[in-house]
Design a binder for this molecule. Sequence first.
Ligand code: DC
Length: 214
Amino acid sequence: MSFTIAIDGPAGAGKGTLARRLADHYHLHLLDTGLTYRAVAHALLSCGLPLDDEAHAIEAAHSLDLGKMDRAVLSAHAVGEAASQVAVMPALRRVLVDKQRDFARRPPGAVLDGRDIGTVVCPDAEVKLYLTASAEVRAGRRLAEIEARGGTAEFSRILDDIRKRDERDMSRADSPLRPAADAVLLDTSEMDIEAAFLAACAIVDAARAGRDGF
Ligand code: DC
């Protein structure tokens, strides 16, 4: 028997940080599903292949080892943009979704974050959270991250990128980003990570109160 926490939401809403905190706290496995799309995009970019090369994308997805994804390489901004483009291919999504579902079934359970976890990958997840924040707040956080690493960037460009990514992820035909009907919405625009974590814990504790073996 396993317990699944699904976290969806747009880029920069704080899903990754919240997912890590919850996985640590409840001793669950953790999968950032965005990395799987990024890994496929990175494989295509490295071979100089176009981002709509479905056959090669599927091949890269089949040979992907979820335990060997290099976050440092895959977190580059350009890889994220490319991931959002490869993610529109339904046949590729089927291969990655199968791998993500296998991962979610490992006991004692897992926290998965992405765009379609509550709607497509794990529709029966015991807990579904939809994390959001205004585009301006997300752009501000991204800028602060860049500056904390000693870099510089223009707020208006980051905001523009975030809006474009939202538009692509929400309007694609297959598995668009949207909250599942039974997801709990957490708007983190005026909430720090600690407050979001505490709110999420209250939701998880309520869900597991009715479950044995967790
Ligand atoms: O969360 P991220 O920025 O690492 O995701 C990169 C892209 O991958 C995102 O813009 C859309 C795609 N993605 C997806 O389509 N489905 C998911 N479950 C996770 C990510």
